[in-house]
Design a protein around this ligand. Structure first.
Ligand code: ADP
Length: 494
């Protein structure tokens, strides 16, 4: 453990003392029914940091009732007012960035520098949707047969349920709450059990920024199914926006069918990262590290299968191994650390099982691959080569710092391999041949493509997947549409 920040625990103490740990319902911080709580654990030590309110189904119901009660008045606020609230929250996120980053690193494990980066990224969703709020448009059109006019208006969908994952606890919250507020929808947010503190802190910022009571409510719970299913089936909510695994996404889609809820689903990925023989090798190696190691590999956008042309795979493997093995692993709060712990023991066990399976099937370990002993859920940056198609990790999300290399011979073969998956979130393609770049980008079945770049996330761009990676897009010009209904008013002209 580093000793460069001896006052981290004192600072952390102060940050926790200020951090909300209750439910936020109807504009008030309240305890859960019977004062129930669950522990939030620091994944770098395995020890409890604090206890937050553990909502019951009745608490969830109260939160959704508060959202439903506030819907009409919130929809009636001016879009300028809502945009101004988002911009005040944007400023507050930046004012408090150091404390918020520390809170996030402690509950989630990512290095402080990445936590800072995430809060700046999270804030950008607020700025983006503040701009979208005041540009919600409509239309006026003559009926083709004449004699009538069409008036087209956009209206908020209504009360929303927003379920977020633990890997980007602030950005996934603002990416949903931002457009909901912009569109005039009220909501109930349920952050992941592992990382509730960032969302709670953000909602307190919204309160400070002047958001009306009931417009956003938060329930933290250790019983996601028990609390959320009745809300989804209640008839009070009109929409569910979910980011998480495809497995849970399927269950939620079924539950949403009951009351025909609108859905936005950001589900799992299995991103191919393709390096052609004409690529700039240094850029491709750096891109692979960015695509693989952001968030310790715990991202749905993480490069999950790295296909390298057979002529350059050895050189690529050497350079990648050199850089991966030099990445400092440790507690996210310590200076210079690039790789924090995984979120919990189950996540680490899965990574180590996937590596063991690949090795058993003929993959070679170039670096890493051994689970360390000691406290915290650490796993070393790992490079495997000659990973066969039959390895489990060719089909399943690794969600850890493991880069599996597989050689390929030609474009047709690698595009077929890249598309041989149920997922379709993002792909990465490295080549200096413009025609090939466009051919492959068009042929690949993903919602997003990184061409000579290892990170695609951008609040101003439409983020989302095809196939079993999801439905809908977040961010970009279409992000707000997910929270709007189109109403057409037919007008008879005498
Ligand atoms: P991960 O595997 O990354 O933890 P999950 O899909 O399990 O992803 O979780 C993403 C979010 O969905 C979390 O907030 C989690 O609590 C929530 N969740 C998990 N299962 C359910 C469920 N059955 N109903 C509602 N929410 C759920």
């Amino acid at each position: 453990m580093g000793t460069s920040q001896p006052d981290t625990s004192t600072t952390a103490q102060a940050v926790f003392e200020r951090a909300p740990q209750q439910l936020y319902v109807g504009g008030r911080w309240v305890d859960a029914e019977r004062g129930a709580t669950f522990d939030v654990v620091d994944p770098s030590t395995g020890e409890a940091l604090c206890a937050v309110a553990d909502a019951s189904p009745a608490d969830g119901r109260a939160a959704l009732e508060a959202a439903a009660a506030a819907q009409a008045s919130f929809a009636a606020t001016s879009s300028r007012e809502r945009a101004d609230t988002l911009m005040r929250a944007f400023d507050l996120l930046h004012d408090r960035i150091d404390d918020l980053a520390l809170l996030m690193t402690l509950e989630m494990g990512k290095p402080l520098a990445e936590a800072h980066g995430e809060i700046a990224y999270a804030a950008e969703f607020l700025r983006h949707f503040a701009g979208e709020a005041v540009r919600i448009d409509g239309g006026y059109q003559a009926a083709p047969a004449g004699g009538a006019r069409f008036l087209v208006a956009k209206q908020p969908v209504g009360p929303c349920l927003l379920i977020t994952p633990w890997n980007f606890p602030m950005a996934m919250a603002t990416r949903k709450i931002g457009p909901a507020i912009a569109a005039g929808c009220t909501s109930v947010v349920k952050p992941a059990q592992q990382t509730p503190l960032s969302t709670l802190a953000f909602v307190d910022i919204l309160r400070e920024a002047g958001l009306p009571a009931g417009a956003v409510n938060v329930v933290t719970t250790a019983d996601a199914t028990g609390v959320m299913e009745p809300l989804i089936r209640s008839g009070l909510a009109r929409k569910l926006s979910f980011t998480g695994s495809t497995k849970v996404g399927r269950i939620l889609l079924e539950q949403c069918a009951d009351k025909v809820l609108r859905t936005s689903m950001e589900l799992g990925g299995n991103a191919p990262f393709i390096v052609f023989e004409d690529a700039d090798l240094d850029e491709a190696v750096d891109g692979a590290i960015a695509a693989k190691m952001r968030n310790m590999g715990e991202a749905c956008t993480a490069a999950n299968r790295i296909y390298v042309h057979q002529e350059i795979i050895e050189e690529f493997g050497d350079r990648l191994t050199e850089k991966m093995s030099a990445l400092p692993v440790g507690r996210g709060v310590d200076d210079g650390v690039r790789v924090g712990p995984l979120i919990d023991e189950a996540a680490r066990r899965k990574v180590s099982e996937l590596v063991a399976d690949a090795v058993q099937q003929g993959a070679r370990v170039l670096t890493g691959g051994v689970t360390p002993t000691g406290q915290g859920y650490f796993y070393p940056p790992t490079v495997l080569t000659d990973v066969p198609r039959s390895a489990r990790m060719a089909d399943e999300e690794i969600f850890g710092p493991v880069a599996p290399l597989t050689p390929f011979k030609d474009e047709t073969e690698v595009v077929a391999a890249a598309n041989d998956t149920e997922f379709g979130l993002v792909s990465y393609v490295y080549t200096n041949d413009l025609r090939r770049a466009l051919r492959v980008a068009e042929a690949i079945e993903t919602g997003m493509v990184g061409l000579n770049q290892g990170v695609v996330s951008n609040p101003a761009a439409p983020f989302g997947g095809v196939k079993q990676s999801g439905l809908g897009r977040e961010g970009g010009p279409t992000g707000i549409e997910e929270f709007l209904e189109t109403k057409y008013i037919g007008i008879a002209l005498a």
